[in-house]
Design a protein around this ligand. Sequence first.
Ligand SMILES: [Zn+2]
Length: 289
Amino acid sequence: MMSIAGFEIVSVQTGTFRLDGGAMFGVVPKVLWAPREDVDAHNRILLATRTLIAVSRDRECVMLVDTGTGTKWADDEADRFEIRHDGSAIAAWLETGFGLAPADVTDIVVTHLHFDHNGGLSEWVGEPGGQTRLCFPQARHWVHRRHWEHVQRPTEKDRASFLSRDYEHLERSGVLRFVEGDAPESPWKGVRWFVSDGHTPGQLLPIFEEGDGGVMFTGDVFPTSSHLRVPWVMAYDNEPLKTIAEKHRILGWCREGRLQLAFPHDHRVGGAVLDFANDRALIAQPADL
Ligand SMILES: [Zn+2]
């Protein structure tokens, strides 16, 4: 667990799934990425889903960053991505790490609404395929306005990553809180927003900062530590050149020694302190997350 900016922060693995390895690394040939990855017979690589739990020391803010794939999956869909979601992982960590319950969660940072990041915002009430309800109905759900507008009219390229059952009830539930613009202020002291547009418009990424140190939840700008190589950009990205520019900016902060990274999809490490050799970012040590 990391203590920074008045928060105690932990990266909780809520499950695993698999996506096509070629799609995860864009133009990079398989001979380069395969030795680093757990590849199955369908060319899919093993990925984790991770939630950051960040609890302020005064317990007034109990924050989740992303909620994973969730449990609203028919068997054939789950098989396609080999989805394994532990629906009790967040509750277990809230209890053992902080003595808290899911009902104590005050805020959820919805980095973006691709199913592998926030399917866990809701669950089926009864029969699979039926009505859904929010898993954390008392929490404020923070979404960037640009992303919310994109979700209503996604590009043909990333339309398949949005499942309406994950977000259709969010607006009418009254829990949505919109973040606006390119340099928005966060409601919490010690937390800064980074707004990313390369992967999908208005991806909302929190940076917890104190003095010269900080930790950033990287979302799908750096889905895993393999993506520390700047050109290793996902084919899923709407605007990969923007992702590359965003990666340079973030790595610049890491190079100044100020920032650690917390990855959403790395099944090996929750995060990393970086080192640099010949302009290439390397893991110096796992982050204390
Ligand atoms: Zn995504």
